[in-house]
Design a protein around this ligand. Structure first.
Ligand code: MG
Length: 311
């Protein structure tokens, strides 16, 4: 049905709903860290969703926001960062590596969102290269990569060409021969258009979030870089299909069984984010999605098992 073998790891089937670890397993492990990715894979969840941003020296690193989140970042003195958050594009890779992202400050709004996350020390922000190299090791051989490229063209001080991240990411994937284990993923559909031009051999995943549904606290919104869904003139699944996408990744509050059915008729797989509460996980299973992107892979596993399902 497809030339993209990695899609098999994201396709639902009778009795199967796929699980994708969000930033690894953010509910229980430090997000977007090698420790979190290794944990998630070890517990049997192969697919990882994670976020890539460029440093000042144009190295793709794995972190969610364009700024290092003070609530999740300690300096070399062991203290939480304070004041204006540091912009990743102002920092060299060497500078980024000096910070410790192994824990959350529990006094902050963001820290309170994840009270069960372990607290570790000596954990660095990984480069994309580190995760890709891990995928080539025997212990990482089952890993599938749902690789989100972040862009913020609305920021006036963004450096360089906004499409540069696409070139850097594809080069790193290609240099390791990981084209058949990677899916290129973004809210910024113009980045995905560049992916289609440069790498039609790597499937693409189109993120969406309707403007009326709120962002989560402590997270950079990507709504401003997404298409204006009110003026598309077609449904979002149809727009994804028209763009040549393989995956549609809607915010879970935007999912209906009808849209999932439409996406399936168009040949798309539907992976929804970020689904953490038991009722919501059950609702997404009932809606017929292929996969669930969650901060709590263990919780989702238990729900699937209780329903006689697997992942
Ligand atoms: Mg992401």
């Amino acid at each position: 049905m497809t030339d993209f073998p990695q899609l098999d790891g994201f396709r639902g089937a009778p009795g199967v709903v796929r699980l994708i670890g969000h930033r690894g397993a953010r509910g229980v492990m430090p997000e977007n860290t090698m420790e979190g990715f290794a944990f998630t894979l070890k517990v049997g969840v192969r697919a990882m969703e994670f976020d890539v941003v460029l440093t000042r020296d144009r190295t793709p690193i794995i972190t969610h926001n364009h700024h290092l989140l003070n609530a999740a970042t300690r300096g070399s003195d062991g203290n939480w960062l304070t004041g204006a958050e540091l912009k990743v594009s102002d920092l060299s890779l060497t500078e980024v590596k000096q910070f410790d992202v192994g824990g959350l400050d529990g006094s902050t709004v963001y820290g309170k969102r994840f009270p069960d996350q372990v607290f570790m020390s000596g954990v660095q922000v990984p480069c994309l290269a580190e995760l890709l190299d891990f995928a080539l090791q025997p212990e990482g051989r089952d890993l599938l990569l749902l690789l989100e490229m972040k862009s913020e063209p609305a920021l006036p001080d963004q450096r360089g060409n906004p499409l540069e991240i696409v070139h850097e990411v594809i080069e790193e994937v290609r240099s390791r021969g990981l084209e058949q284990r990677t899916i290129l993923h973004s809210f910024d559909w113009s980045l995905l258009e560049e992916c289609a031009r440069l790498a039609c051999d790597i499937p693409r995943s189109y993120l969406s979030q309707l403007p009326e549904n709120d962002d989560d606290p402590g997270e950079d919104s990507q709504k401003s870089v997404a298409p204006d869904f009110d003026v598309l003139g077609v449904s979002i699944p149809q727009a994804v299909a028209n763009a040549g996408g393989s995956l549609w990744c809607p915010y879970f509050m935007d999912v209906t069984p009808e849209l999932v059915a439409e996406a399936h008729e168009l040949g798309l797989l539907v992976e929804t984010w970020t689904v953490n509460e038991t009722d919501d996980i059950n609702a997404m299973i009932d809606a017929g999605v292929d996969g669930i992107i969650t901060d709590y892979p263990g919780r989702a596993q238990r729900i699937l098992l209780s329903r006689g399902l697997t992942w």
